[in-house]
Design a binder for this molecule. Structure first.
Ligand SMILES: Cc1ncc(COP(=O)(O)O)c(C=O)c1O
Length: 416
């Protein structure tokens, strides 16, 4: 699209852009090195490169691969043209990221600081020895709802217009997001209704109730609960808060990256669990836009690998069934927005087995006295069993939550 626009603008400026032999239009680079002269690939009268913009001045061309010698004045680039170009580029980038930018994520981090203290980033000697790289753990399990999800929910509720907000919020969730929404609603003293599938983790459902939200059991899986919640939204005035495919929710989750960069400026790699993709979407956007060299790696359960399959297929793939012990990661497909973000910013997605998450939970408990639920241990499992770092690599794993039932904890403690 950008290329089309360039060509149209260029052709408009230079109606005689079909060069005749002996005369060529020099293509000047748009960007940092503009003004420098290149030796583009010359094929007859055409210079081939998507990064070049036609400007009108004369040059002498020599046969293929020979240097192009400038015989007239240095290129005069129309400044207005460059500004139009830059504005167009920024707009189309914003369209693809639904307006989420590093500054909107930093704003979310600032706003959240009024409600939630930053979580610690803890270096682990034991995991450093085991993983053979420097392992730091971003401990989201000590959030008031024992999971990062409160970041996105609070950000969404904070950003609602006061009138909209007073009408309350609705969501569909199998657990942690429901707690996040309930927590945010309680903080703003507004009503919250959470539709939960019958299969939801009862520990999480109880916690949602305790936070004061109305819990409505709806259907056998997340999709049933989602459809029921949407029907309810159509009937009343409350705002639906999506668990992951919402720009404000994603900006809130991205605040994890703002904090971790503050604590570990020279981080090399960040590993993040993937359910619907909101957490990794916000983190990856922030890191790649501000520190492009940082690698962002997703961890998905083998039995719920919707994001990995979608990325491989180049389109959203919906799984027929999901089968994982990590209820927080049991999404059947990424969202439209989270898929776009992952396509653009995530380096790699690795798959982890249930047994590996259970082992990682046990090791976290034994070595660091930290608690994790299976979803919360997925990124650590990825670095322990599926990622080959270089020896000096500084790695952050996001321990995203710790709402674990006693049955699952017992299974984890028995795992070897
Ligand atoms: C503990 C935990 N970790 C990770 C995730 C995945 O987050 P997302 O759906 O934004 O990918 C969830 C989602 O519920 C979760 O509860």
């Amino acid at each position: 699209m950008l290329g089309d626009r360039r060509n149209k603008v260029a052709a408009g400026l230079n109606p005689a852009a079909q060069a005749t032999s002996g005369r060529l239009w020099l293509f000047a680079l748009v960007g940092d090195v503009q003004g420098q002269l290149f030796q583009p690939w010359v094929d007859g009268d055409h210079l081939r490169s998507a990064n070049f913009l036609v400007t009108g001045f004369d040059v002498c061309a020599f046969p293929r691969f020979d240097p192009v010698e400038v015989v007239s004045h240095p290129p005069i680039i129309d400044r207005a043209l460059r500004e139009v170009e830059a504005a167009g580029r920024a707009q189309s980038e914003q369209d693809q990221t639904a307006g989420i930018t590093p500054s909107s994520i930093e704003a979310a981090a600032r706003d959240l600081a009024q409600y939630l203290p930053p979580t610690p980033l803890q270096y682990s000697r034991a995991f450093t020895d085991k993983a053979r790289c420097y392992v730091h753990i971003k401990i989201e399990s000590i959030q008031p709802i024992r999971a990062f999800k409160v970041r996105g929910a609070l950000t969404k509720v904070m950003r609602l217009h006061p009138e909209e907000r007073s009408a309350g919020v609705i969501t569909a969730s199998a657990g942690n997001h429901g707690q996040g929404v309930a927590y945010a609603a309680a903080a703003f003293k507004i009503p919250a209704t959470v539709f939960v599938p019958e299969t939801a983790n009862q520990l999480k459902v109880e916690a949602i109730r305790r936070l004061g939200a109305e819990v409505v059991p709806a259907g056998r899986n997340y999709n049933d609960a989602y459809l029921e919640a949407m029907r309810h939204v159509e009937r009343g005035g409350a705002t639906f808060v999506h668990a992951f495919d919402d720009p404000d929710v994603i900006a809130g989750q991205g605040s994890v990256a703002v904090e971790l960069l503050r604590d570990l400026e020279d981080v090399d790699t960040v590993l993040v669990p993937i359910g619907g993709g909101g957490l990794i979407g916000g983190i990856a956007l922030y890191l790649k836009e501000t520190r492009p060299s940082v690698k962002v790696i997703g961890a998905e359960p083998v039995g719920a690998d919707g994001m990995r399959r979608s990325l491989a297929a180049g389109r959203i793939v919906t799984l027929d069934r999901v089968d994982t012990i990590a209820d927080g990661l049991a999404a059947s497909a990424p969202g439209k927005l989270t898929f776009e973000l992952a396509k653009r910013y995530v380096d790699e997605v690795v798959l982890v087995e249930d047994t590996e998450m259970l082992r990682a939970i046990r090791l976290l408990f034994e070595w660091e006295h930290l608690l994790a639920e299976p979803a919360g241990a997925a990124a650590l499992a990825a670095v322990l069993y599926h990622y080959s770092p270089s020896p000096n690599e500084k790695v952050v794993v996001v321990l995203s939550g710790a709402n674990i039932t006693d049955e699952v904890m017992i299974r984890a403690l028995k795992s070897r």
